[in-house]
Design a protein around this ligand. Structure first.
Ligand code: C2E
Ligand code: MG
Ligand code: MG
Length: 708
């Protein structure tokens, strides 16, 4: 049915001819086109044969009355057709009846013929509004069904007022009015809904958020919810399943950042990651290493066996790389073990590895060697076995470059250098580093075997008691008899042993050997004190005291003749557990000497609170006392302060009589140094112990030239 504003087709049905005529004249004058029916049946025929926009029915007509016609019309065309019943004045029953059969309005007789046109005009406007509303509803409905969203209206508390549209098979989205969102969604997501409602209310805008919903153990779907306020109580929620979009985004991300063949991060991703790690290293003042790896001879696999085989080999190589760079595969002290190593494929047969938080350069070399070893295992192809080696270049931040591009370039250069060195090789960008790091690495390997292979020995340096004019104790000093390199100084291997934890078994060996050997002198009637050096790490070992007591019990060496020498550094940490250990040792009457005193920063005030018995003044001060007034003053002050605090004082590094004389003058009690004896073997100790030295106390100003 079409309606225009200008001309309505009005069907008038009345059995009263006068009324019919008057109605026709009045309506036509008002601009309407009029069709006239004498009774109900004729009205139906005319309606069927014409386009009618409005019907006026007399309630009482012969045959079909107005109510029957109205009922019929409603059945045919629904509610949209305006139907006006013409009733008698005061005929309330007819008016009610007209309402029940669906009439739009009524006009009571007698009819005011001059106003009838206006009545119709007003009705027409209401009718047009009704139609517009209906159209709007139809449009909304079409939109609801076209949009792939589930739409519902909720209250600020999450009560569902209305479900406007709903996608099929979404039992986790509201289905019925009157329920609460909580019935459908987990609490945290409901909270996000309600928060968004509140925000939308505050900002008068559309709020949106995304959320994942776990539908089964391995099924997660993603949703986007847009929220718009309707009025003070109601808010519209549009929920869209965006799982497919998320999947595509992930795919696009993977394509942009990951290598298709191996699944490893690609060049772009690597550079971004490296730049991030560099920023972090800069901030934390850390080092990092970039390893650039190239498979030797990979090109010939591609050339001779085809690209498909080449791809398979690359995939396997990537898997091996992954397994060899996995943290758990490293020995524990390696810094690569403590931070996540980043692996990437740059393209072709080129791979990169970043080690953030590099604590020492050897860690990079160790990892490179580990990778090389893993690569070297044959790849079993169906036709034959292939052995691939890797050349690896290493660049360090900040030494070899401060941005990602430069580090990568320098690692690449180092890799070419590794190839030049005969492939299956690894080189630092700075060639010197390769030598140093390799040396240390070999030493570490050898150190691991040294205990088992009995390559350690102890020598003893006498400590001279000024008052008794003879040796009262010895300091046990470890030596490593390396099968190729000969004797190696503890200064060269103790720091390494401290780094890799080997100091614990080595330290135990030193203590046991020193006690066993001291007991041999005791058998010969020589009762010497034994000074043994300790590393801070030993003191921190949980079973350290137990170990010491076991060795003393095992060997029979008396606790009060054992002196542990610890350096200032060990105490500067002020660790509670170290202090507790020292106190326990003192309870067993073991003496504790502060070694190399003066090289650290301990204040006498702090030392006073520590359970130490002796102070050993460092050699660097002693050697300067003859020609450096400051050193002289420092040594004098240390001795007098130490004695005031009740510490026994030993001076180290005495190489001349003059030094000994001055130190005696200052009141130092024990002297140690080459003047009294270099570190010597077990058997020589007895001979030295029988020697006597007479040292005269001499003021510094009176020291004669020949004594120096
Ligand atoms: P330290 O405990 O201060 O030992 C004294 C070092 O000074 C010894 O060197 C000794 O040979 C040297 N020395 C003694 N008198 C003189 C002298 O008059 N002139 C000169 N130039 N040097 C003198 P060594 O044996 O090479 O030991 C060096 C350091 O290695 C020791 O310093 C100690 O810190 C450490 N060390 C040695 N043995 C052990 C050990 O068994 N365990 C631990 N943890 N550290 C040890
Ligand atoms: Mg010492
Ligand atoms: Mg010392």
């Amino acid at each position: 049915m079409t309606v225009t504003n200008q001309t309505l087709n009005i069907l008038v049905a009345d059995d009263d001819e006068t009324i019919r005529m008057l109605m026709q004249v009045a309506l036509e004058r008002a601009g309407y086109r009029v069709l006239i029916a004498n009774d109900g049946n004729q009205a139906i025929q005319l309606f069927a044969a014409n386009t009618i926009d409005l019907v006026m029915l007399d309630v009482s007509m012969p045959g079909m009355d107005g109510f029957q016609v109205c009922t019929w019309l409603r059945q045919q065309v629904g509610n949209e057709l305006p139907i006006i019943m013409v009733t008698g004045m005061d005929d309330v029953q007819s008016i009610n009846c007209a309402f029940e059969v669906g009439a739009t309005d009524f006009i009571a007789k007698p009819i005011n013929w001059s106003l009838i046109g206006y009545r119709i005009l007003y009705l027409q406007r209401a009718y047009l509004n009704l139609l517009a509303l209906k159209n709007a509803n139809a449009r909304s409905h079409a939109i609801f069904s076209a949009i792939p969203d589930t739409m519902f209206i909720i209250s600020d508390e999450g009560e569902v007022f209305e479900v406007c549209s709903r996608q099929e098979n979404t039992p986790w989205l509201p289905a019925r009015a009157g329920e609460n969102l909580k019935r459908y969604l987990p609490e945290d997501i409901v909270t996000r809904y309600l928060d968004a409602v509140e925000l939308a209310r505050h900002h008068h805008g559309v709020q949106s958020f995304e959320y994942p919903l776990k539908l089964a153990a391995d099924v997660i779907r993603y949703y986007e919810n847009r929220i718009a306020v309707i009025d003070e109580q109601k808010t519209l929620c549009l929920v869209r399943d965006i799982t497919d979009r998320k999947d595509s985004e992930r795919k696009i991300f993977n394509m942009a950042y990951f290598d298709n063949l191996t699944g490893l991060p690609n060049r772009q991703s690597f550079l971004e990651r490296l730049e991030g790690e560099i920023q972090r290293a800069k901030f934390q003042r850390n080092k990092l290493a970039v390893l650039f790896l190239d498979l030797d001879g990979f090109k010939s696999i591609n050339d001779t066996m085809g690209h498909t085989t080449g791809d398979v080999v690359l995939k396997w190589a990537a898997e091996r790389l992954q397994s060899s760079t996995r943290p758990s595969d490293f020995i524990s002290r390696n810094s690569a073990d403590r931070s996540e190593v980043n692996l990437a494929r740059l393209g072709g047969d080129e791979f990169t590895v970043v080690i953030p938080n590099l604590s020492c350069t050897e860690d990079a070399l160790l990892l490179a060697h580990r990778i090389r070893e893993t690569m070297r295992r044959p790849f079993h192809l169906s036709s034959r076995d292939v052995v691939l080696t890797a050349s690896i270049g290493i660049a360090l931040y900040p030494d070899d470059g401060e941005d990602a591009e430069i580090l990568l370039k320098n690692a690449d250069t180092a890799m070419y250098h590794a190839k030049d060195e005969g492939r299956d090789n690894c080189q630092f960008y700075n060639a010197n580093l390769t030598l140093q790091a390799e040396k240390r690495m070999h030493m570490e390997n050898d150190l691991r075997n040294a205990l088992e292979n009995d390559q350690f020995s102890l020598c003893y340096q006498p400590q001279f008691d000024i008052a008794r004019e003879c040796i009262k104790s010895v300091e046990a000093l470890i030596r490593w008899n390396h099968p190729q390199q000969g004797i190696i100084s503890p200064l060269d291997f103790i720091p390494l042993a401290e780094e890799n934890g080997l100091i614990i078994p080595i330290g135990e060996w030193v203590l046991r050997t020193a006690c066993v050997e001291a007991m041999q002198w005791q058998k010969d009637g020589l009762f010497l004190e034994m000074a043994v050096n300790l590393s801070p790490m030993q003191l921190k070992a949980p079973d350290f005291v137990r170990m010491v007591l076991d060795i003393l019990a095992e060997t029979g060496f008396p606790a009060d003749r054992l002196v542990f020498e610890i350096t200032e550094g060990a105490l500067m940490e002020r660790s509670e557990s170290t202090l507790a250990t020292l106190h326990t040792l003192r309870q067993y009457r073991i003496q504790i000497a502060l070694d190399d005193f003066g090289t650290g920063y301990s204040s006498m005030n702090y030392l006073k609170q520590l359970p130490i018995t002796n102070i050993k003044i460092d050699r660097s001060f002693v050697c300067g006392i003859l020609n450096n007034k400051d050193n002289l003053a420092i040594v004098r002050a240390i001795i007098s302060l130490s004695k005031n605090l009740g510490f026994a004082v030993t001076a180290e590094g005495i190489e001349s009589l003059a030094q000994a004389q001055i130190l005696k003058y200052f009141g130092c009690e024990t002297l140690q140094g080459y003047y009294f004896g270099k570190p010597i073997g077990l058997k020589e100790v007895i001979g030295v112990a029988e020697m006597r030295w007479l040292i005269q106390a001499v003021q510094p100003s009176e020291v004669t030239y020949e004594n120096c």
